[in-house]
Design a protein around this ligand. Sequence first.
Ligand code: ARG
Length: 278
Amino acid sequence: MSQNQAVRQATPRHYLMCRPTYFDVTYAINAWMDPAKPVDTDLAIEQWEGLRRLYLEHGHTVDLIEPVAGLPDMVFSANGATVVDDRVLVARFRHRERVPEAASYQEWFAARGYRGVHSAEYVNEAEGDYMVLGDRVLAGTGFRTDPRAHAELQRTLGRPVVTLTLVDPRFYHLDTALAVLSDTEIMYYPGAFSAESLTTLRELYPDAILVDEDDAETFGLNAVSDGRAVFLPHTATVLADRLRDRGFEPVGVDLSELLKAGGSVKCCTLEIRHQPRA
Ligand code: ARG
């Protein structure tokens, strides 16, 4: 069966999100952030509610973590922890502005009976740089996550980790340059990776969707797939057509306010894979 004829099956997902109650751009820790540009927090909340509603309408579970005043980037819950089975590796943030967020995630998971909640020794920004698919984890480095954190992740999760190096400051987290579509399929923007990492990606995923610079710049790769629906910024139109050709259902989302902090759909979504064993 060719890929365009594949019947796509969605599986119900469990997400953790954080309402952007205190969202703002008051510092600049990536190329997209400009504290001089005004931010409309109410609009950010409305747009974020739209994403949450879409997940619920698609049959997914959304848990919420309490936002903390003074932590304007906490809406980007993907950066909080990496969760596989009962194991949780809590993030250690690179920039001091975000360091305190980790404690909230540590508490959230510990309070819910996850037994293997590990605090990290090395800087890692969790699902911002870590993509779990099939039995492996693709792990980004170059701007945020310390390469030494990759071995720590492999030890903690017990899964093989493939290191990928990011080279373009616009694509500072792996989830701005690459997205997982299913256990075996990905899409990525080649320009964001080192030559060596590109060779790795081509070998591992010869059928990947290669995304052009325009769709990557509009954060089209900051996408979440449930196996059939792919939630992505509504501005990534070429990419949406290509996803449709492959049998996916692209679902466009407008998170323009959050983009001012360099984040979109995936950044707002931490996936909890499996529940704790009671
Ligand atoms: N302003 C945040 C930062 O620079 C944005 C984080 C976006 N999150 C992500 N998963 N890419 O840390």
